[in-house]
Design a protein around this ligand. Structure first.
Ligand SMILES: [Zn+2]
Length: 68
């Protein structure tokens, strides 16, 4: 399963809810809607970051990625 597929969950328990309509400020990346399986926090992440993403709320991860 690809790391940007809906339902993918990384080793930190961060789950992909699906692609958003937003383009990120990161070069040529789309933002994906993410959810933390530990605390339920929702946020946006760059596609290239999903596999290493940590929850901004309970895992000291980066804040939700900004749209362009
Ligand atoms: Zn969390």
């Amino acid at each position: 399963m690809g790391t940007t597929e809906t339902g993918y969950e990384n080793a930190n328990g961060q789950k992909v809810l699906g692609p958003s309509d937003l383009t990120s400020n990161h070069h040529n990346q789309r933002l994906f809607e993410m959810s933390c399986t530990h605390c339920g926090c929702g946020y946006n992440a760059n596609g290239c970051d999903i596999h290493i993403r940590r929850c901004p709320s309970c895992q000291n991860g980066k804040p939700s990625s900004e749209a362009l």
